[in-house]
Design a protein around this ligand. Structure first.
Ligand code: 0O2
Length: 198
């Protein structure tokens, strides 16, 4: 079977590397300025053939390179996981200012969480070479929660417990969000204190 990406896989790999290198540069600059690494970890992937085909079907699109590259925007997915919320927004601003690409769409699921408790900042970028990429920015807590919720979605035999699990996950998401805010406040206090007492 032909690839869902046609002959464009190398171009996708190059664009993914280009964007990840730019984010590493943003990371180094911020680290040099503040003395702290704003990123806990950075991941990039090309969506698997199977997952892209499944997404085309789900969206009622033909399983073609045109759908995968022009109508679905996350053939390239990059995840930036930060320790603190302020770093998420600082990196978002730096990505928005990058030459060589523009923002097509943004969703702030941190300020406005999804009803299930999902939190993350999503950006869809379009590079000057016409390739789309989805960037997800989130804190470690948000990332841990999303991973667990993702596993639950694919786990069978939860029938009886589904309602309880869903409401408990939502409760955990809200508690983690509140802890993220407290941790940010503590960090601000530690560093403000440090600056006034050199
Ligand atoms: P995968 O397998 O993770 O890539 P889209 O479907 O992307 O065209 P939509 O629905 O507006 O448009 O996208 P949204 O809301 O920006 O979400 C896109 C991606 O965010 C998802 O990709 C997930 O990775 C993640 N995401 C969104 N909502 C949730 C959620 O409730 N829980 C978890 N764990 N992740 C979520 P895919 O393609 O659905 O899946």
């Amino acid at each position: 079977m032909d690839s869902i990406y046609g002959t464009h896989k190398p171009e996708l790999e190059r664009t993914k590397s280009f964007l990840m290198e730019r984010i590493e540069e943003i990371r180094s600059e911020m680290k040099e300025r503040s003395g702290q690494d704003p990123i806990e970890h950075l991941l990039g992937r090309i969506k698997s053939e199977e997952s892209m085909r499944e997404k085309c079907i789900r969206k009622g699109l033909p399983e073609t390179p045109g759908s995968a590259l022009q109508h679905i925007y996350d053939a390239i997915g990059i995840r930036v996981v930060c320790s603190f919320i302020n770093d998420v927004y600082a990196i978002r601003d730096a990505i928005a200012a990058l030459p060589g690409c523009s923002i097509v769409r943004e969703k702030d699921y941190i300020r406005k969480a999804k009803p299930n408790g999902y939190r993350s900042y999503h950006m869809i970028l379009l590079t000057d070479s016409g390739i789309y990429a989805e960037i997800q920015l989130r804190t470690i807590s948000m990332d841990t929660w999303a991973a667990l919720e993702h596993h639950m979605k694919y786990k069978k035999n939860l029938n009886g417990n589904l309602e309880l699990l869903t409401s408990e996950l939502k409760r955990c998401a809200d508690e983690l969000a509140s802890t993220d805010l407290s941790m940010q406040t503590l960090r601000d206090m530690i560093y403000d204190e440090g600056e006034s007492n050199p």
